[in-house]
Ligand binder design. Structure first.
Ligand code: TYD
Length: 206
């Protein structure tokens, strides 16, 4: 199936909302229909992404500014090395987290605002064609993370996640779609698939 342009799809939400499972299911459904798809995630496995991961596990935490800058550096490399080339090839790029994660997670840190972080990212990052935001209450998300046996990292404190979740819930726009992540995995996958296939149809090669 050929598209007239590349499509950028971002899946966002707080920890434990099942983003990664849904991203994989979406990719499988699209590949089955013959679309060329690239699946990627942020933070990436690149040098900046690895620094972010190390910092989240260490005692000495980064300053809010350092955190924003590191995610931006990671994202810039991701866009240049993977996202832009794949979009140029008219592929569907599915992202497990993108810059709304920075808006929500870093935007609530001391001295930062969601709008300020959004502006800093929109100065260089291509806007997704569709943004899927997985909504759930932080306690449910944390329960899922803990059940997976991963414990909690510095990023996963409930009070902080309440604020992060509130920012995610507040984001609205023509390209943004909120998905109730408390529904069954199959139900959520069905909703996401329908929304993305609708978009693919709109951009099908004539
Ligand atoms: P991720 O690997 O997606 O973790 P999970 O699978 O548990 O959702 O993301 C790691 C952490 O990085 C997560 O707690 C959210 C955080 N994060 C930010 O704070 N800002 C960002 O811009 C991104 C992309 C992630």
């Amino acid at each position: 199936m050929q598209l007239s342009k590349g499509l950028l799809i971002a899946i966002e939400g707080i920890d434990g909302t099942g983003k990664s499972t849904q991203a994989r299911r979406l990719v499988a459904a699209l590949v089955k229909r013959g679309y060329s798809v690239a699946l990627s995630c942020e933070p990436t496995g690149g040098p900046h992404g690895r620094r972010i991961l190390e910092a989240s596990k260490s005692e000495r935490s980064l300053s809010p500014r350092e955190e924003v800058d590191l995610f931006i550096a990671d994202r810039k490399a991701h866009i240049q090395e993977l996202i832009k080339p794949a979009l140029k090839e008219k592929e569907i790029v599915v992202l497990d987290r993108y810059y709304f994660s920075s808006v929500a997670y870093q935007g609530v840190l001391e001295g930062m605002t969601p709008d300020g972080v959004r502006e800093a990212n929109e100065a260089f990052a291509p806007e997704p064609d569709l943004w899927l935001i997985m909504d759930t209450d932080p306690a449910t998300g944390l329960g899922r993370v803990n059940r997976r046996g991963q414990g909690t990292t510095g990023f996963e404190r409930e009070e902080y996640l309440e604020k992060v979740a509130a920012v995610f819930r507040s984001l609205t726009g023509p390209r943004i779609r909120h998905v109730d992540a408390s529904a069954s995995v199959d139900d959520v996958a069905g909703q996401i698939e329908a929304a993305v296939l609708d978009l693919c149809e709109k951009h099908g090669e004539a």
